[in-house]
Structure formats: C-alpha cells, structure tokens
Design a protein around this ligand. Structure first.
Ligand code: FDA
Length: 526
C-alpha cells in the first residue's frame, strides 16, 4: 500500500543522496510525470490504471548506475531498467499488477537516457556505445567519423541494427536487433565484441569477468534478466559511400497484390546479401466502393542504382520497378529516411514525433504461403481496424549463423519474419483492437512456424505467457519448465532457453532482475 511505497521512497532517496546520485525524481514531485512519460513509447502503459514507480532515477555516470542498483535493493524496491522505452509491453517501466501475484511491491525505474555517449574508433572499426544511446545517436556518431582508410576510401562505416531512430541500443541489442543491413551483417547482437554489465551486487563485469555463458546470454536473451548493460562494444561494418533506396507502392485487385506478395516470398529471402526488400501491408482501410488493396515495399541496396535495377528487373520483373523510383544517397541519409526523418541531423533527436496506443505480435514463415491463402489474408487485413503487417526478409547472412550461436534462433530455414501491429488513439476501443489482433494471429496459425510457434523477443508479446499467469495455471511444473513451454521455446528454442537458464542462475540467482517474461533461475529444488 501507500505506506510501503512512502517508506521505500524515503529510504531510496536518502540512500541516493548519501551516495551522491543527484538526478532522481520521486512520485508526486514536480518533474516526475514528465521524466517517467518521456520514454513511454506505448500510451497503453501511460493510462492511470497502470502502476507507477516510486521513483525515476537517471544515472549520469557508471558510478551513479551502480549506486542506483544498490540503493534500489537496499530499499527493497524492484528495478526496471529503461534505455529507449520501446518495449511493446512496457516492460522497462511497469510491473505486473497485484492481481498477477507480485503483491504490489514498490519499484524504481532506472532510466539510462543520460548515459548516451558513443565513442567511435574508426581505425579499429569499433565503437563503445552507452546503453541509453538511441539507434539514431549511434548511426549519427558512426557516420560522422572519417572512413578508416582516409578520404580516398569509397566505403564508409555503419552499424547493423533496426530502423526506428529512437529505439534504445540497450533494449535493442539485448533482444537481437534486426534491420536493413541484417541480410549482409546479421543482427546488432551478432556485432557485439564486449560489454560492461552491472550485476545485482553492483559489480561492473566485462566479457572476461562475466564469462562466456553470460556474454552469450546478454546478446539476444532479452533485456531485463541479467543486470544492467552499461555499455556495448560494437563492431562497425563497411558500406559503400553510395547506397540505393526505393519504397515503391503498388495498388491492385486482391488477386493481383496476392500474386505480387506470393512472388516476393521466393525473391526477397534469396536476393544477394547486399539487397533488402521487405513488404508492408496495411490493416484496415477497406471501403465498400474500393475493392483494391495496396502493398508497399521497402528496399535498400548496398550499391549503385544500376546494380539494383539490373538484379531486381531480372529476379522480380512482376514488381515493375522504374529507375525513377530509386534514389542514391549515403547510408546515414538512408537510415534517416527509413526512420521517417527529414535529414541525418534529426537522427540525434530522442523525441518520438507520434505516440500511439498499440499491441504487436510476431511470427516466422518457413514455407511460402499459397497464393489463394495470401488473397484471403489480404481480405482479412483490409476489413480490420488500423495497423500494419511487415514481412522482413531473412536468408543471406542471417541463414549462415547457427541457431545456437546466440540466443536468437531464427536463422537458416526461415524465409521471413512477420510483425503484426494494431494502433489506436485515446477515443478508440483498445480492447476490441487487441481482440481483433489475437483473432488474426489465430487465423494465421496454419501458415506460419509451429512446434513451437516461433516469435521474436524484441517484439515482446505477453499473450505467449507470463511468469505469474503460468504459475497460477500449473502449480506442479517448475518455473523453468513453464517458461520453456510458453514463451521460452518460442523466442529462443528449447535448447537455447536451457542455456539462458544456466546463465541466469550464474549471474542473478536471486532473480533481482526480472519482468513478466524474464529468464527464471534454477531453484534448489528444480
Ligand atoms: P526499453 O527501454 O523498453 O527496454 C526493453 C527491455 O530491455 C526491457 O525489458 C528493459 O528492462 C530491458 N533493458 C533496457 N535497457 C537495458 C539495459 N541497458 N540493460 C539490460 N536490460 C535493458 N526491433 C528490431 O529488431 N528492429 C526494428 O527495426 C525495430 N523497430 C522498432 C520500432 C518501434 C517504433 C518500436 C516501438 C520497436 C521497434 N523494435 C525493433 C523493437 C525494439 O528492438 C525493442 O522494443 C527493444 O527492446 C527496444 O529497446 P529500448 O531500449 O528502446 O526499450
């Protein structure tokens, strides 16, 4: 109750002050709401019914970060770590309600937005990025640095990660990090060379000190389970000075567009590694007069326009790509464009221009979906509320990494990943939107992976199960078995999940760092 919270707040505040941590805000104080709200990216978790933290702490240094962890523990408050706040389920700034069995204990948000420095070393093509840096801040810092071989070089450095510029590198790398360079250079997590992890005892551990199992786990095993990653050492990758960007849209009858998407399933995942071509389908927008539907493609080629045209006109003539649809630009300009920004300078802005209420889910497709099934899916989507479905091409380098090299198992054999999202505004019926999305997910089951039905941990989806919900449903199995059967095998594969449990048991046996879908440690009776 309130007494517990007031007590926790007082003891947290006095510990922070005594430790020299100045930048924090207690519930009820003037700056609290704006500091908490700034990185809430899903308005579903800004609603009054969602439990709020006793305090938001904003460490300004590694020392502050260690002390924030120790003071939260001393005050018996749970810890939520937030980098960019893009968790689709608000896991960086919410806790399960008392109804889910956590007893309503107080919690603290440790927000890393002030730990956002990026130090690039062009000579070694590496960078150290503090976890609170956004992807946009990393891209901007990397692009600003001279190319490794001086001005005569025709290549530049880049970092392979996702497309939204305000996503935090902390949460993103923790869950993998897929983007437009991934068919050539794999995931953000595949390009991590070292890291500094603040553990539950406040120790700062590098790769050698944390050990290979934990270093393996933090690169794709999901955020919030291991400790706080203070900073990552990233491998930068070479890209040509000029890349080619195209985002063609095609409108047509359901059957025609189904034919185009059907073809794409064979083309997108099999293009050369330098090519990325994804599909964007709109949910909603059906009207009685208009029987047409639209598909949009997002294309990036690491090479000149002529290369893009020659390969795509040969491999995907059905797209009918015109030379006027292609633009050449630098990689960093392409990153700005794919993030929806007007210029590369805007990559450093941490402000999200539009925030919605939303819910997302994911799938993987291993066998092409039949053309008539795609037509039925397009009809289903057009009759829905507002949202989108994105088909992300795998293959290329993604298929050459092993399924156990990192916790992220979705490698060879996966044609593409699917992300479903519905969004809404304050006046809309959010529960109805989420029910519609769940029905779509059920409808899609015959067409996607199964046994287990795979999912991407960075598109976190609590519908797959939560620690507390499965505990209530099945008291006889251990926490580890329940988690493996529900979300664990879907996100990581059963084998990787079991290795994650061993890493968790080593680094955080008391489960200080937890959330609704964190990796459980082995208990003595397990
Ligand atoms: P947030 O701060 O919410 O953290 C997410 C999780 O990681 C939480 O559990 C949190 O506690 C934990 N965490 C955060 N920082 C940590 C740290 N330093 N140490 C340990 N744990 C930490 N994904 C993708 O692969 N490709 C893409 O292109 C996109 N695009 C995209 C666009 C938009 C608009 C959204 C909302 C999301 C995406 N994503 C994505 C998904 C994104 O990668 C995922 O939500 C990340 O976890 C977000 O990281 P943040 O740091 O922003 O989130």
């Amino acid at each position: 109750g309130n007494g517990v919270h007031a007590g926790a707040s007082r003891s947290l505040a006095s510990c922070l002050v005594a430790s020299g941590v100045r930048n924090f805000s207690l519930a009820g104080s003037p700056a609290y709401s704006s500091l908490l709200g700034f990185s809430v990216q899903n308005l579903r978790f800004a609603l009054p019914g969602v439990r709020k933290p006793a305090a938001v702490v904003l460490p300004a240094s590694r020392r502050d970060l260690r002390r924030a962890v120790l003071c939260a523990r001393r005050a018996a408050a749970a810890i939520r770590v937030r980098s960019g706040g893009h968790s689709y389920e608000g896991q960086s700034y919410t806790v399960a309600g008392a109804a889910l069995g956590d007893g309503g204990a107080p919690f603290v948000v440790v927000d890393l937005m002030n730990l956002n420095r990026v130090r690039v070393d062009a000579a070694s093509a590496t960078a150290w990025a503090e976890s609170g840096a956004t992807l946009g801040e990393v891209y901007h810092a990397v692009a600003r640095t001279a190319s490794p071989n001086g001005s005569s070089s025709s290549s530049s450095l880049a970092f392979a990660a996702g497309s939204c510029s305000t996503v935090g590198v902390g949460g993103h790398v923790s869950g993998g990090g897929f983007g437009l360079l991934s068919r050539k250079f794999m995931l953000a997590a595949d390009n991590v060379l070292d890291a500094l992890l603040v553990d539950a005892e406040g120790r700062v551990l590098n790769r050698g000190a944390m050990g290979e199992d934990v270093f393996w786990a933090i690169r794709g095993g999901g955020g919030g389970s291991w400790g706080v990653v203070y900073a990552w050492k990233l491998r930068l990758v070479p890209v040509p000075d000029t890349v080619t960007v195209f985002t063609p849209s095609r409108e047509g009858s359901v059957d025609a567009i189904a034919g185009l998407v059907h073809r794409w399933q064979f083309v997108g995942p099999a293009l050369p590694d330098e090519f990325y071509l994804s599909v964007f389908l709109t949910i909603g927008g059906a009207s009685q007069e208009d029987t047409n539907v639209t598909v949009s493609f997002t294309g990036l080629v690491l090479g000149p326009r002529e290369l893009a045209m020659s390969v795509l006109s040969e491999r995907f003539p059905e797209l009918g790509l015109a030379a006027t649809e292609l633009s050449e630009m630098s990689w960093v300009e392409s990153a700005a464009q794919f993030a929806g920004l007007g210029s590369a300078e805007e990559l450093t802005s941490r402000v999200s221009k539009t925030k919605h209420y939303g819910k997302n889910k994911s799938d993987y497709v291993r066998q092409p979906v039949a053309r008539d099934a795609l037509a039925a899916i397009l009809r289903y989507l057009s009759a829905g509320p507002a949202g989108y479905v994105i088909l992300d091409p795998y293959g290329g380098a993604m298929a050459r990494a092993g399924a156990t090299d990192t916790p992220f198992p979705h490698r060879a054999g996966n044609l593409y990943g699917v992300q479903y999202g519905v969004t809404w505004d304050a006046d809309d019926d959010g529960e109805a939107r989420m029910s519609w999305l769940r029905a779509l997910y059920a409808y899609m089951a015959p067409h996607v992976s199964s046994g287990p039905r795979a999912a991407y941990v960075n598109y976190i989806d609590l519908d797959l199960g939560t620690v507390a919900a499965t505990a209530a449903a099945n008291r006889s199995a251990t926490a580890v078995d329940r988690a493996r059967e529900t979300w664990g095998a879907s996100y990581f594969s059963a084998e990787n999940f079991d290795r994650l449990v061993r890493a968790k048991t080593r680094i955080d046996p008391a489960n200080v760092f937890n959330n609704a879908q964190s990796i459980p440690p082995l208990q003595r009776h397990d």
